[in-house]
Design a protein around this ligand. Structure first.
Ligand SMILES: CC(C)=CCC/C(C)=C/CC/C(C)=C/COP(=O)(O)OP(=O)(O)O
Length: 467
């Protein structure tokens, strides 16, 4: 076994095992041993008869011993093989680091379950890197984009928006870890991240953050619009430079973090429609309210860990957990009217109203149970429910989405009915004006409401606030 920049004779190359190299995974900073220089990239050098393959930081370990079946390769061939393999290994190593810095990977949940000390175990398994959330960030932005699209979805625009959001979010997450490297090193939940474990250097991580941040913003600006790019860039600043320091200063950080989490769907909506309208606020509102019980459960389950890390979470100053639970419950209840609003604003059909209300009742039920008992088990159940809530809510929104053309068709259909009604206004201009208004301000009535007058054209059409 050899480590960084240790000389390696080409004659000792074997056909099998000598190339088995492993990144220095799961080693704390203290366990790193043979740092030879401060840089961070790989370096391959050749000397007469000897091939040196070095990685100038302490990020690599080579395993495997020279076997008896050594083959005599020329130093040039050996160097080539080594270089090729080094490049592959290096790509794997840094790819893994970048993914973890970006909080982009779905972690091996089972693994995490074993690594973290209870009672944080469960929460850490899902949220050690908020990896579930990281995937959801892109999903929420994509959902916002689809909801903000008219009848036809521009799939290329959707992909670019998701990619841009992902890059900016990766940058924000990396900066968050750069700023919290010392705190993360003290927490079970986070100590194995690339920076505290020494798998990547801070300058390297900053370079990654700068590149992804700039590329992502440029992508949003060029392929979506400046509004979306503005949301992306300002959210990055809010997350990395406001929320992150606030975590160590004041418990209000959770609410600021909830705003950060609520922006991506707004970004998606803005990318698709070029504007922000009331309808576009529905998913961000859901994200905002949803995050409070989610993070309250996490902060409750991991309160010792958070205290060790020096973070001032709301749950730390609440030994009984009562206030934590009541805040979580309150925000679950705020989720209740969202389904109705989606229906009332013409975003979805009535089915979504029903589904969303049931979902909100379910998560509220877990919050009530946590409020009454305040046990780890109840907090965990609420956390579970929060993990289920968002994907189901977003899927429902997409499945029951009412497109603009469907709205238009319904409005036109209703217009004909209205024309037949002697009790209604008669001028076409007046009706047209009202239709435009209702669509323009996103207050269009859902199809079901319009359709309900269809069998009874002789009755006056129901009057709504927008008319
Ligand atoms: C477009 C764009 C910039 C999107 C950013 C979206 C984003 C990163 C949302 C995460 C929201 C949030 C409060 C996460 C917790 O971070 P934490 O610091 O508490 O997590 P940690 O303790 O695991 O580090």
């Amino acid at each position: 076994m050899w480590r960084n920049s240790v000389g390696f004779s080409s004659k000792l190359l074997t056909s099998k095992s000598s190339y088995s190299r492993l990144p220095l995974l799961n080693h704390g900073v203290a366990s790193r041993s043979t740092s030879t220089s401060a840089g961070s990239g790989p370096e391959s050098t050749e000397a007469a008869g000897t091939v040196k393959v070095g990685f100038s930081s302490t990020e690599w370990v080579r395993t495997g011993s020279p076997g008896s079946s050594a083959v005599d390769l020329s130093s040039f061939a050996a160097a080539s093989v080594l270089k090729g393999r080094d490049i592959v290994d290096m790509a794997k190593h840094y790819g893994r680091c970048y993914a973890e810095l970006s909080k982009a990977r779905l972690r091996m949940l089972a693994n995490k379950l074993h690594n973290i000390v209870p009672p944080c175990t469960f929460a850490a398994s899902f949220s050690s890197n908020y990896t579930v959330i990281s995937m959801l960030v892109v999903a929420t932005s994509g959902t916002g984009y689809i909801l903000g699209s008219g009848s036809a979805i521009d799939y290329m625009g959707l992909c670019c928006t998701c990619a841009g959001t992902m890059m900016v979010a990766a940058s924000a997450s990396t900066l968050n870890q750069v700023f919290e490297v010392k705190n993360d090193a003290k927490m079970n939940r986070t100590k194995k991240r690339p920076l505290p474990s020494g798998r990547i250097s801070i300058p390297h991580a900053v370079t990654w953050a700068a590149s992804t941040g700039m590329l992502g913003t440029a992508l949003l600006a060029s392929k979506a619009n400046m509004l979306a790019a503005g949301f992306g860039a300002s959210n990055l600043v809010l997350y990395a430079f406001v929320y992150t320091p606030l975590k160590q200063i004041h418990p209000i950080n959770t609410w600021v973090g909830a705003i950060v989490g609520a922006i991506p769907p707004l970004l998606g909506w803005a990318a698709a429609s070029g504007q922000v309208s009331l309808n576009g606020m529905l998913l961000p509102a859901a994200l905002y309210f949803w995050q409070i019980p989610h993070f309250m459960a996490l902060a409750y389950l991991c309160r010792k860990d958070y205290a060790d890390g020096g973070f001032r979470m709301y749950s730390l100053a609440d030994a009984s957990g009562q206030r934590t639970a009541s805040v979580a419950l309150r925000n679950c209840l705020y989720l209740l009217p969202l389904g109705y609003l989606a229906y009332d604003w013409g975003l979805t059909s009535g089915w979504f109203c029903l589904e969303s209300t049931l979902l909100a009742l379910a998560i509220s039920g877990t919050a009530i149970s946590f409020y009454m008992n305040r046990t780890t088990k109840d907090a965990r159940r609420m956390f579970h429910a929060s993990l289920l809530y968002l994907p189901v809510f977003m899927s429902g929104l997409l499945v029951h989405r009412v497109t603009e053309s469907e709205q238009q068709m319904t409005v036109e259909h209703t217009g004909k009915i209205i024309e037949m009604s002697p009790l209604l206004e008669t001028t076409e201009e007046a009706q047209e004006e009202k239709r435009k208004q209702s669509i323009g301000n996103g207050q269009c009535r859902p199809p079901v409401a319009y359709a309900s007058v269809a069998p009874f054209p002789f009755l006056p059409a129901p009057s709504y606030s927008t008319f």
